[in-house]
Design a protein around this ligand. Structure first.
Ligand code: ZN
Ligand code: FE
Ligand code: FE
Ligand code: ZN
Length: 269
């Protein structure tokens, strides 16, 4: 039992992932993981909001597919969760979703800076080219700080997602990071080490070492996630992520069960 739980994985219901939850579970067992959690892209109040998430009428199907993976892999602990988009003004919707099923945790992610701009969408790269990176990072971290302070989420997803396509600001972003992490600390939100960044242009785990160092200094707890969109991505680069966490001083990760937290010792990967 050396690796922490992989708490960020998707299903085909979001329309851009492949493989059934059972296949992700089988891969996790093959890797020696003892715990995983599904956190697929949650529905929006309007199904035509975008094309990369499950529809609202598929939520029960999602829960059933995760339940099936549990039945087929009793040796593995499988948590039920969602990756929820944080959009200011949509707090009531998140509360409603939270009450629909016995979620183990909710990941709050900021993908949208405006209703029509999901900043990690490669189809919208031109929007990045029209804007000053610092202005975008500032707006992104302001939203992320609102998400952390909302108290709606157990974990904040891929904290520095804005680096995905390498539009790095010249300006010092540490004050943005510090404000976000101070609010996360105060509201009790954890952050995740998300290894999907290793598979993107930025070729780096989310968040960067400097953000993680500050998170540790402020005692913000952590979880781990591959953000797998295919069974082969489960647990990807977890040895690197564990080494990074330990190198900045982390000794525990958080386990979530029905939205209650429990620190678990972080062993060498
Ligand atoms: Zn996705
Ligand atoms: Fe995401
Ligand atoms: Fe994700
Ligand atoms: Zn994600």
């Amino acid at each position: 039992m050396s690796l922490p739980a992989d708490y960020h994985m998707h299903t085909p219901l979001c329309r851009h992932a492949t493989g059934e939850p059972s296949e992700y579970a089988a891969r996790a067992l093959a890797l020696g993981l003892t715990e995983i959690g599904f956190s697929d892209h949650s529905p929006m109040p309007r199904d035509d909001f975008d094309n990369w998430r499950m529809r609202l009428d598929q939520l029960d199907d999602y829960v059933e597919r995760v339940a099936r993976a549990r039945r087929e892999h009793p040796a593995l602990t499988i948590k039920l969760a969602l990756e929820v988009d944080y959009l200011p003004g949509q707090e009531a919707w998140v509360r409603e979703l939270a009450g629909r099923h016995p979620w183990d945790f909710l990941i709050g992610s900021v993908h949208y800076l405006a209703d029509a701009w999901d900043i990690d969408n490669p189809a919208k790269l031109s929007r990045w080219r029209e804007r000053d990176p610092f202005e975008v990072w500032t707006a992104y971290f302001e939203r992320l700080t609102l998400a952390a302070g909302s108290g709606l989420f157990d974990i904040i997803g891929h904290v520095d997602l804005a680096k995905k396509f390498c539009f790095y600001p010249q300006e010092d972003c540490m004050p943005l990071f510090r404000r976000f992490l101070a609010v996360a600390r105060k509201s009790g939100a954890a952050i995740e080490l998300n290894t999907a960044g290793m598979r993107k242009d930025c070729k780096e785990i989310y968040p960067s070492r400097s953000i993680l160092e500050l998170a540790h200094e402020l005692a913000v707890p952590i979880t781990f996630g591959s953000d797998a969109h295919a069974p082969g991505e489960v647990g990807a680069d977890f040895n690197k992520a564990v080494a990074l966490a330990r190198s900045v001083g982390y000794s525990h990760w958080l386990r979530f069960t029905q939205r209650r937290r429990e620190p678990v010792k972080l062993l060498a990967g």
